[in-house]
Design a binder for this molecule. Structure first.
Ligand SMILES: Cc1ncc(COP(=O)(O)O)c(C=O)c1O
Length: 400
């Protein structure tokens, strides 16, 4: 057999995609599952966005665009940053791409290679890790404990920076913990970063609009504008506007870095879908109320699910401040036995027990580099969520 690339040995496949594949197979076999594995809004894309896309098709806007998106979509992103984040970028500093995921991968490829290190908080989104490894660089994890609200602590960040560090990657609200960095948290991180002027800063703000209670989204550039010459801000329409399948993400940052990313994209990724670009303009320029309605639904789900989980012996769930995930600790069930005798030795064993015996699909904490925890996505129907959480409780009560 012809050989495959040795690059493949550098990284693991996405555990979330793996779980989604298992769920799809089980569902195809006719099994009813309570699926909390996917980070995808359970509602449809807003009507005005779909109408804009339909009109774009009718008008024949079906051709290649510039690699980094049309001027119109980049202007919509420019307006968004100014209106919602008080950040000003020239059009040349803005890139629109086929989703934030490939865009972050291209950003990392543009700034890091073999021997470089990128620092990120753990728990983290598994694809951040895979992208770093795929670029040949090494992820350096800074443990962000539940006791610290899963927030990266500045002294731990400082201790993790070496002569090989090329960038730090921040994600707020966080996938998988829902932790939201306050302006004080960001200021403390900025103070560390001021000591290291040769580091890039990547912020993944995909869950910006999914925020609860009195919490507010802040960009590190709001508290430390002088970091603008080395910060790249990434966002997208997937989560806020229920547009995961449309594949539009965007980023803004210093011209020299954006040109480097454009160079990578010009050979590797190409332009985003022309129709989705028109849809993204409608989403970004359109009413924000549809997003707020969705957030209210997520908040109600969060409140009652966290309450139920915390009434389950062995499970301890911090109230997330944003995103639509719960990241409970299952430390209290480790070492217990499932009916029939097998021991639960890890969060993966627990996740497998929930899936195989109780038809509940969650993602084990091993995927997020912080254990023993598991991730539940609440972006799923109310009835299924309530039944699934009740099943988790029953499953735990059967352990001895
Ligand atoms: C933190 C984070 N960033 C980026 C993405 C990818 O977003 P997109 O759909 O724009 O590729 C996800 C998707 O789950 C995510 O959780």
């Amino acid at each position: 057999m012809p050989p495959l690339s040795p690059l493949l040995d550098r990284f693991k496949p996405s555990a979330i995609s793996g779980m989604m594949g298992t769920v799809a197979l089980m569902q195809a076999e006719g099994k009813k599952l309570y699926d909390f594995s996917t980070g995808e809004p359970d509602v449809d894309t807003p009507e005005h966005v779909k109408q804009a896309a339909t009109e774009a098709i009718r008008q024949g806007q079906t051709k290649y665009s510039p690699t980094d998106g049309t001027i119109a979509v980049r202007q919509a992103v420019q307006r968004k940053f100014e209106r919602e984040n008080d950040l000003r970028f020239d059009l040349g500093q803005i890139i629109v791409a086929t989703g934030a995921k490939p865009l972050i991968a291209d950003i990392i490829r543009a700034m890091a290679s073999q021997g470089d290190e990128i620092v990120l908080a753990a728990p983290c989104w598994p694809s951040h890790v895979g992208m770093i490894e795929l670029a040949g660089a090494k992820p350096v994890f800074v443990k962000a404990d539940q006791a610290d609200g899963f927030i990266l602590q500045p002294e731990k960040l400082a201790a993790s920076i070496s002569k090989n560090t090329r960038a730090i990657l921040l994600c707020s609200p966080s996938n998988p913990t829902g932790a939201v960095y306050s302006s004080q948290d960001l200021l403390a991180i900025a103070e560390v970063l001021h000591r290291y002027p040769d580091l890039w800063i990547i912020t993944d703000d995909l869950y910006e609009h999914i925020i609860y209670d009195h919490h507010q989204f802040h960009s590190i550039l709001n508290v430390a504008p002088d970091l603008a010459s080395r910060t790249i801000v990434v966002n997208g329409v997937s989560k806020a506007y229920a547009m995961t399948g449309w594949r539009i993400g965007y980023a803004a940052g210093p011209q020299i870095l954006m040109d480097a990313v454009r160079k990578v994209m010009s050979q590797a990724t190409g332009c985003p879908c022309s129709i989705s670009q028109v849809a993204a303009i409608a989403a970004l320029d359109g009413p924000i109320e549809c997003v707020h309605e969705l957030v209210k639904t997520y908040q109600a789900r969060r409140d009652r699910s966290v309450r139920a989980l915390n009434q389950t012996p062995g499970i301890d769930c911090l109230l997330p401040q944003g995103a639509f995930y719960l990241y409970p600790s299952c430390a209290g069930v480790i070492g217990q036995h499932i009916p029939g005798g097998a021991t639960i030795n890890s969060s993966l064993d627990f996740a497998n027990y929930l899936l195989n015996e109780w038809s509940v699909a969650v993602v084990s904490g091993s995927a997020f580099e912080h254990d023993p925890h598991f991730r539940i996505s609440t972006a799923t129907g109310d009835a299924d969520l309530d039944e699934g959480i009740a099943r988790i409780k029953k499953a735990v009560l059967q352990l001895d």
